[in-house]
Design a protein around this ligand. Sequence first.
Ligand code: FMN
Length: 310
Amino acid sequence: MEGVTDFPVRALLSELGGFKFCVSEFIRVTQEALPEKMFYRFIPELKTGGRTASGTPVIAQILGGNPERMAETASKAVELGALGIDINFGCPAPIVNRNDGGAVILKEPKRVEKIIAAVRGVVPKSIPVSAKVRLGWESPYEIFAISEAVVLGGASWLTIHARTRAQGYAKPVHWSLIGEIRKRLPIPVVANGDIWSIDDFRQCRDETGCEHFMLGRGALGEPSLASRILSELDLVNSPNPKVEEYGDSRERWLPLFHRFVELGEPQAINPSYTTKRIKQWLNLASRTRPLPWAEPIKRASNLQEIWKSF
Ligand SMILES: Cc1cc2nc3c(=O)[nH]c(=O)nc-3n(C[C@H](O)[C@H](O)[C@H](O)COP(=O)(O)O)c2cc1C
């Protein structure tokens, strides 16, 4: 997630366990070829075999509308060590959509197919190329044509955020439509959208029949969620034991944020950026339960104030 799942977040959440993959923030593909150093800036894990320190593969996320340029960028990412490519057809940001990136491409499923085919054509078969979509631009039923295009393009799997672009982040999520698509498609379908708790996960699994799930905001809102879902799926080949719930426990959250800061240090991340990120994180965590102790932290203006307020 752009501005959320950066290097220290990926390091921290993958350390807690439960994830088979994680996805980088998006690399915006424009007419200009991206210099190598930018790939390393987006995905420092390229220097460590394309994996987080705890061994979780990081998939390089790319966003853009030009098939040739997308293929060149994917090819470069793989040459530098990316272990997978995910193509973003879901971003709803007007500035991105006006510049021919993200969800706007869903309006023309043929273009979805061409972009995936171009990327697939240059990436070795051993490296997965996946697509992430919303249900459609305007209508959720656009997903039928979109998902066919994704398969024709040759994607390894399809992740569906069960909302349209028109919905933004408003309710409802249409999990049952993911289930319809899953039944029709010859490739794995990954369900995404509004999995904030184990109960949400169970409901999503029941409505979609999916075996694969992508967590976004909920993975930060409750950092034990992925690990607990993995136990529930009975896929416990993760080296980590099931992580205890963070819930509303100040004593559990405090060391988590210290670790977050520690993991960001080698990247020389600006402390004011880290301060903003902790506040953003607590805002997500506060969505599913009251965290009265977090209120003064949300008003802190630097890391020292955050530690004092805890
Ligand atoms: C701040 C923010 C940034 C996001 N960035 C991306 C992104 O770069 N690529 C992407 O495919 N989806 C992105 N998303 C969408 C999420 O991946 C996900 O599809 C959506 O939030 C619904 O799932 P969730 O309820 O698990 O968060 C972003 C969402 C948010 C809130």
